[in-house]
Design a protein around this ligand. Structure first.
Ligand SMILES: Cc1ncc(COP(=O)(O)O)c(C=O)c1O
Length: 419
């Protein structure tokens, strides 16, 4: 690694648009992220970096385990506190939040909770869903669900296509908030309106948007929402949260269950399937305690910096990446409008995206390959200089590092390769 540490984003670089420096003390936050001494993390759509507080949270659990031997009371409270901060971030109540180990698991809990004895069986699923989510719906076809797809066209999902797909047989619409491949943000409130008008419910996977896009489940009128924790929420793998609208709880009975889904987990009555009255009915077994500690610390940073301020700054960074990438001849996947995307910006490089990720790391930039694209995903602590550095590194990978001819033919100056 040869890169010099980047200077702060509060120091305007030449040509920087007026008003772009972040509303918070970006330099101070940067000092709390050790990874910035050696790399430019542009992989926040995949795994955000460690902060002093997330490390301290992991150590707090390790200390508790080491010093107390076990402290289930404190560990259960810690899990609930993680639910509380997740709830605050989406304007819900902690009693509407369940904890899981992954979005896949949370989605599966939900999929197995519906009563399919009536006429509503169709699940309208966007092709922009993360494959895992699509797989869960497909796996439940054997129990009676029927999957119908809403297409991705030119990297976007169109409201008209939801309008066509949602009908009087639709039980649920499964629509991600941010598209994992290119960050496209769906108008969840409009999709919810369409779903509800036709008697259907809506499930939102917000894994790619939480932490950078404002989310209010009440204002958006969302019925279910899930997110993991390691992307823009600054946490770790192994924990996810599921929001369930309070009014729907009584009629939902997940087949993926366990003792923490009971009204009183400590009653130990094996023949009694008493459902917790809250969204805890979607809890399963022993929760991921160390991950709960870390996740709360990461989410509290997001809360403290503030999603509106993060959203404002990351849109500036997003515009820089889109314009800078196109100026260097790269072909963009999805929308160029920063107000319609997360900070994730994707450029086509079909067939070599993994190699590009590896080669960029050698140049000091951690990017995230996904299928035919390489994604550059800054976060609240990122600077305009880092965006420029990352784009220059991408250009150098194509012009100097990839085998002769391959880079230029796949990455630049062509519009083909839509996935
Ligand atoms: C939007 C989205 N949903 C779901 C997942 C998968 O989540 P999990 O591994 O927690 O099941 C990802 C992972 O990248 C994702 O980006």
């Amino acid at each position: 690694m040869t890169r010099e540490p980047a200077t702060t984003g509060n120091v305007a670089t030449a040509g920087e648009p007026p008003g772009s420096p972040a509303r918070y003390d970006l330099a101070a936050w940067r000092r709390r992220i050790p990874l910035l001494q050696s790399f430019i993390p542009m992989n926040n759509c995949s795994q955000s970096p460690q902060l002093d507080v997330t490390r301290a949270a992991a150590e707090a659990y390790l200390d508790s385990w080491n010093e107390a031997g076990m402290d289930w009371d404190a560990w259960m409270i810690e899990t609930y506190r993680a639910k509380e901060v997740f709830a605050r971030l989406i304007n819900a109540s902690p009693d509407e939040i369940a904890v899981a180990c992954s979005v896949s698991e949370a989605t599966a809990s939900l999929a197995g909770a519906f009563d399919l004895s009536g006429p509503l069986r169709k699940v309208v699923v966007s092709e922009a869903e993360f494959p895992s989510v699509g797989h869960v719906w497909l796996a439940h076809e054997k129990l009676g669900l029927e999957v119908d797809w809403v297409p991705v066209r030119e990297g976007l999902v169109h409201l008209d296509d939801y309008e066509t797909a949602i009908d009087e047989h639709t039980l649920l619409v499964s629509a991600c908030h941010g598209y994992y491949q290119n960050g496209f943000v769906q108008d969840v409130a409009a999709i919810a309106r369409l779903a509800h008008e036709r008697g259907a419910m809506i499930y939102v996977d917000a894994y790619q948007s939480m932490g950078v896009e404002p989310i209010d489940v009440k204002a958006m009128d969302v019925d279910f929402l899930a997110s993991g924790n390691l992307k823009y929420l600054l946490g770790v793998p192994g924990i996810a949260f599921l929001y369930v609208r309070r009014e729907l709880l009584d009629r939902l009975h997940p087949a993926v269950t366990g003792w923490f889904g009971r009204e009183n987990p400590f009653a130990f009555t094996i023949k009694d399937l008493t459902w917790a009255p809250t969204a805890a009915r979607f809890d399963t077994g022993t929760p991921p305690v160390i991950n709960a500690y870390i996740s709360r610390a990461g989410m509290e940073v997001i809360e403290q910096v503030g999603v509106p301020a993060i959203n404002e700054w990351t849109r500036v960074l997003s515009a820089r990446l889109v314009e800078g990438g196109q100026a260097r001849g790269f072909s963009l996947h999805g929308t160029s409008d920063p107000s319609r995307k997360t900070p994730s910006t994707a450029f086509f490089c079909p067939g070599v995206s993994h190699e590009v990720e590896v080669l960029m790391r050698r140049r000091g930039v951690i990017a995230a390959a996904r299928g035919p694209v390489i994604r550059l995903a800054p976060h609240f602590y990122s600077t305009l200089e880092e965006c420029d550095f990352a784009l220059d590194a991408l250009l150098a990978v194509f012009e100097q590092d990839l085998p002769a001819g391959l880079g230029l033919s796949v990455g630049k100056g062509h519009e083909g390769g839509h996935a």
